[in-house]
Design a protein around this ligand. Structure first.
Ligand SMILES: [Zn+2]
Length: 210
């Protein structure tokens, strides 16, 4: 029987060691001073249960780890207005370089992976095609999608772990097919990310758009 399972998450969580121990009575998460995350569990508990437990506590884990590493969850703090302005310009430049490429890559992946059918059961051609991609310095959301098939993305997405950036893009591209957050929308997005929608949403909640 496996005693240890290592999972490599993104930069926000790092490598997590799941360790089964006879003396453990419950699932516990610990984070040491180096920001290493360890989950200990009793022998009787399946690893998948411990992984789900970690996903539930994700917000706390990311915040604790950032603290241990002396990082801010999103870099900000006591910087001068000039420094802040410079930082904002850097992020904007990076966003204009990276986000159009990522959006196109996510579009291509979804086009290959997801078949969309209309109410008559006919295959919809190019369901994830978008028109204009705009990059905004937005405090209220990570992204949005208009009825004209235009996508807006928050430039601060480039400060997130790459898989979360792609996840937000996939969320917006799913809105090109379903405008609301109904069950069909979630089913589609979950299929794009191989059943990890809940997990990614939990991680995303640890970050705030600013
Ligand atoms: Zn949405």
């Amino acid at each position: 029987m496996d005693r240890t399972k290592i999972i490599q998450y993104g930069d926000d969580i790092g490598k997590v060691a799941y360790i089964k121990r006879i003396q453990n009575k419950s699932v516990r998460i610990s984070i040491n001073g180096k920001g290493e995350v360890k989950v200990t569990l009793p022998y009787s508990v399946r690893f998948s249960v411990a992984e789900a437990f970690l996903a539930e506590k994700m917000e706390w884990v990311i915040a604790q780890r950032a603290k241990a590493l002396g990082r801010k969850v999103l870099t900000e703090g006591n910087v001068s207005p000039e420094e802040q302005k410079k930082k904002t310009e850097e992020v904007r430049r990076l966003a204009h370089k990276i986000l159009p490429e990522r959006a196109h890559a996510v579009y291509e992946l979804m086009t290959r992976k997801i078949i969309v059918r209309n109410s008559l059961g006919l295959r919809v051609k190019d369901p994830f095609r978008y028109n204009r991609l705009a990059i905004k310095n937005n405090a209220s959301n990570w992204g949005s999608c208009s009825s004209l098939r235009n996508i807006n993305l928050n430039m601060h997405l480039v400060e997130l772990p790459p898989e979360l950036m792609d996840f937000v893009i996939a969320h917006e591209l799913c809105h090109l097919v379903y405008r609301n957050h109904g069950p069909k929308f979630h089913k589609m997005l979950d299929a794009v990310v191989d059943g990890k929608e809940k997990f990614f949403n939990a991680r995303l909640r640890a970050f705030r758009p600013k």
